[in-house]
Design a protein around this ligand. Structure first.
Ligand code: AMP
Length: 211
């Protein structure tokens, strides 16, 4: 099963991807998490990606595609994977299509989680995460111990790109560059729209009626 999760930043893609990966026992591939891991470890990829991420801009396509092409080639992706935050541009979607063709694989569903910009702003500004990518929210999903991840005991932090000015730039990039992918995938009849103005559990239930 290959699932692509589309949606604005803060639409809940990461949370749903984690839940789907657990349920179907396939890897959750988040380009954002891969970039953050590299930023934390100060790799050359991390240093380059950070320049774009901190401004709320997309990381260049070639760099992003190379990372994903390597990752999906690994053994644990044989039975499928969940793509969270990739593709985000038409170039990336074409790159993924090429990989699928060459490897004789098919996307099962493209789930588009639909939320308003107001909800995005509210969600992103209350979001906290740990360095292993587990996500919390100060209003909807608080950790058991303030500031500490329930799953790995790591400290929680606010992502640099969840600061108000950067949220604005990310939303602009989303509407201009990523949203056209809805059309792209609806033409190939893979797109399923899910109303994301709900609790993570209710959204997960709706997704599971489809997959
Ligand atoms: P995310 O955690 O998915 O919101 O990603 C955080 C940031 O990483 C984004 O705001 C982009 O700057 C960058 N990023 C993640 N995925 C991609 C992608 N597919 N293409 C370009 N940049 C990306």
């Amino acid at each position: 099963m290959i699932i692509v999760l589309l949606g604005a930043p803060g639409s809940g893609k990461g949370t749903q991807a984690q839940m789907l990966a657990k349920r179907y026992n396939i890897p959750h591939i988040s380009t954002g998490d891969i970039f953050r891991y590299n930023i934390k470890n100060e790799t050359s990829l991390g240093i380059e990606a950070k320049m774009y991420i901190d401004k709320g801009l997309l990381v260049p396509d070639i760099l992003t595609c190379n990372i994903v092409n390597d990752r999906v080639q690994q053994d644990d992706c044989k039975n499928g994977f969940i793509l969270d935050g990739f593709p985000r541009t038409l170039f990336q979607a074409d790159n993924l299509n090429d990989w699928l063709k060459i490897n004789n694989r098919k996307i099962s569903w493209v789930i588009n989680i639909d939320v308003s910009d107001q909800i995005v702003i509210k969600r992103l500004s209350g979001r906290r995460m740990c360095s292993n990518g587990h996500i919390y929210h100060m209003d909807y999903n608080r950790p058991k111990v303030e500031g500490i991840c329930d799953e790995c005991n790591e400290k929680l932090f606010i992502r640099d790109d969840d600061k108000p000015e950067t949220i604005k730039s990310r939303l602009i990039a989303y509407h201009k560059i990523t949203k056209p992918l809805e059309d792209y995938y609806s033409k190939s009849r893979l797109l399923v729209n899910i109303d994301g103005n709900d609790t993570p559990e209710a959204i997960f239930d709706k997704i599971n009626l489809v997959v």
